[in-house]
Design a protein. Structure first.
Length: 411
């Protein structure tokens, strides 16, 4: 990057279980969830909202309560000045990080001095798939050439091709739970977390609700594969099952081994996150104290049926832009959409697993689709400061065969 994009600060809600009427955040309208996040960021940093040039937020299911440009409505709910603009974007699971990256582009280009990126997803109130478009928008003409399959089947296909066993996936899942539990016990998330309140002002959630500290290897081993029934559904134009459609491009694979379960896949949760970014001029003009800067940002497309293999190549693309190698990165945040995604990325890049998701990941904490990328970036900044380390890379797989990556450096 020719000019710096500074990460001033980041905040996030705790992740609440994404079950209607059961999760602690399920009673909070997603606009209000995002509004509280914006207010928490403003309070933490101390900027005047009128100086914010734009607010960009990722949301995947942009319908119902998350429709109608939720970002602008959240700004109104937060009682920020009318002059503050907002835009909502969708790059599936990469939406939150993409929003941060777009904000970074704005300040690095000189077009903005202060911008906010982040995301929100209330999966208890607007369940995944609520927009009715699936992955391909129900385009029958496109399906004649490329029939995209559900992500769980893609994840199982990756595990089959790479030879990952159920035990290996469960071992990573247990690690995620254990490391998240340790991080929570030691307050490693507290720097960015704030308590979410209901309409009466009562705090309804202060800690991540999804992790299960009592998870055991035996318990994980006892769970049934999650995508078998889906895999056997006859959905193709000639009655093909999802498995048969997925294997058309992989003749070397005789059968998909279904090894992902609810225990080694990401949790369904509610949550929101926001990151303040500033240009060099903005830092000086508003007296801000940045915590990190963005070294490089990248997106990349990949094969759309296997879909979830882009984190490795997109990370290499971002590293090349930063003039770095994988071994130069101190901490990796690889979104745990499914255990096989992380294991495949680690294998392809030759990363030391001890540098990856050191405080657990979405298997334990949950994956609020539109917000996760921004949450991971904030977690990375906190962990760099806690450990005194220098660099981190955040990457996520994305539906439709895409990946996104951001390299940051602590100041």
């Amino acid at each position: 990057m020719n000019a710096p994009a500074y990460i001033v600060d980041a905040v996030r809600t705790p992740r609440g279980r994404g079950k209607a009427g059961k999760g602690a955040l399920s009673g909070i309208h997603p606009q209000e969830l995002l509004a509280q996040t914006l207010q928490a960021l403003q309070k933490k940093v101390g900027f005047d909202p009128k100086n914010v040039d734009d607010v960009m937020m990722g949301v995947v299911s942009q319908v119902q309560e998350q429709g109608a440009n939720i970002t602008k409505n959240a700004l109104l709910a937060a009682q920020w000045p009318d002059q503050v603009s907002g835009v909502t974007l969708n790059r599936f699971c990469g939406s939150g990080l993409q929003a941060v990256n777009f904000a970074a582009m704005g300040v690095a280009s000189g077009a903005m001095d202060l911008a906010i990126g982040g995301g929100v997803e209330s999966m208890s109130r607007v369940p995944i798939g609520s927009d009715g478009g699936g992955i391909d928008g129900n385009n029958e003409e496109l399906r004649k050439r490329i029939f995209q399959v559900p992500q769980g089947i893609s994840a199982d296909l990756i595990a089959t091709i790479e030879g990952f066993s159920r035990e290996e996936l469960d071992t990573w899942a247990l690690r995620s739970q254990q490391r998240a539990a340790t991080a929570m016990e030691q307050g490693r998330f507290s720097k960015s977390l704030f308590g979410v309140k209901d309409a009466t002002g009562k705090v309804v959630l202060e800690r991540d609700e999804n992790p299960r500290a009592d998870t055991t290897a035996e318990g994980l081993a006892g769970l049934k594969p999650a995508f078998v029934a889906m895999a056997e559904a006859q959905v193709g134009p000639n009655g093909e099952t999802f498995d048969q459609l997925a294997l058309k491009g992989y003749p070397q694979v005789k059968a998909i081994q279904h090894v992902h379960t609810a225990g080694n896949s990401s949790g369904i949760v509610d949550g929101a996150a926001a990151v303040a970014l500033a240009s060099e001029a903005g830092v000086k003009k508003y007296g801000l104290k940045p915590r990190a800067k963005i070294r490089a940002m990248a997106t990349l497309g990949d094969e759309p049926v296997i879909m979830l293999t882009a984190p490795a190549p997109v990370s290499l693309k971002a590293l090349k832009m930063a003039g770095m190698k994988a071994s130069d990165i101190d901490l990796w945040e690889i979104n745990e959409a499914f255990a096989a995604v992380v294991l495949q990325t680690v294998k392809k890049l030759g990363i030391d697993p001890e540098r990856v998701n050191v405080n657990g990941g979405a298997i334990a904490l949950g994956h609020p689709l539109g917000a996760t990328g921004a949450m991971l970036l904030g977690t990375a900044v906190d962990e760099l400061e806690r450990t005194g380390k220098s660099t981190a890379l955040v990457t996520l797989c994305i539906g439709g065969g895409q990946g996104i990556a951001t390299v940051i450096e602590r100041i």
